[in-house]
Design a protein around this ligand. Sequence first.
Ligand SMILES: Nc1ncnc2c1ncn2[C@@H]1O[C@H](COP(=O)(O)OP(=O)(O)OP(=O)(O)O)[C@@H](O)[C@H]1O
Ligand SMILES: [Mg+2]
Length: 260
Amino acid sequence: MDYIITTEQLTKKYKNFISVNNVTLHIRKGSIYGFLGPNGAGKSTTMKMLLGLTVPTKGSFTIDGRHFPEDRLAILKEIGSFIESPSFYANLTGRENLDIIRRILGLPKDTVDDALELVGLEEFGNRLAKKYSLGMKQRLGLAGALLGRPPILILDEPTNGLDPSGIHEIRNLIKSLPSLYNCTIMISSHMLSEIELMADDIGILNHGRLLFEGSLDDLRRSAKQAGMSADNKLIGDQLEGVFLAMVDQDNAARKQRAQL
Ligand SMILES: Nc1ncnc2c1ncn2[C@@H]1O[C@H](COP(=O)(O)OP(=O)(O)OP(=O)(O)O)[C@@H](O)[C@H]1O
Ligand SMILES: [Mg+2]
């Protein structure tokens, strides 16, 4: 299998608290990988380690044949990212904000207009960032991640705070990107119902541990084997139920272990 991102036993400890616990991921080249987990599961921490924003306590990872930590800078050049809510200079226009990022990355000038067009903000490039709606801000954040069309995108809850139509729009945009310019996307969310409409594969994280990794069909199958109420015709809410049941089961097992 052609994996573009793999992690090996990736772990992050804060004092005595294990935020990410021996996580081994496999992300296929050209796929959309949904990284799922409830609040506090360790999604952002994992993504931050992949982006070199926080140092792993243990473990390593390989991105596009380059290995962390030796190839840290080369790895960063390959990734466009959107971590939590991106912030902008409010008194600069969307285009000016992107131009700052472009200069830092040393990219050609025309990459700004290309990114604005990719996210559908071309008409609003000259509006001040403080006058952008929430959806427009999220789009500007995505445009920042897309500057120079990086082969890998790491997007941390890019639909956070959006209304249903905003979510729909951003989802369609993200879904279109791999075929538009041949990238791989890792996207986090706490809702399976949102991710299942976009992702090819998913990884489910709970309390820092990876509970499941595979395709949505694999999830249905493994839920069935585990005796969760699943059949092959599961859709929408029911699949979300499987994800929540998986997390609940893990939480109950954790409690039991803690009591022993
Ligand atoms: N700098 C830090 N110091 C101590 N603990 C931290 C730090 N950063 C994160 N944590 C803890 O690590 C755990 C995982 O946090 P993380 O932000 O990765 O979760 P998440 O899955 O992204 O959650 P959410 O869905 O709420 O964004 C949480 O319990 C959090 O409090
Ligand atoms: Mg997070």
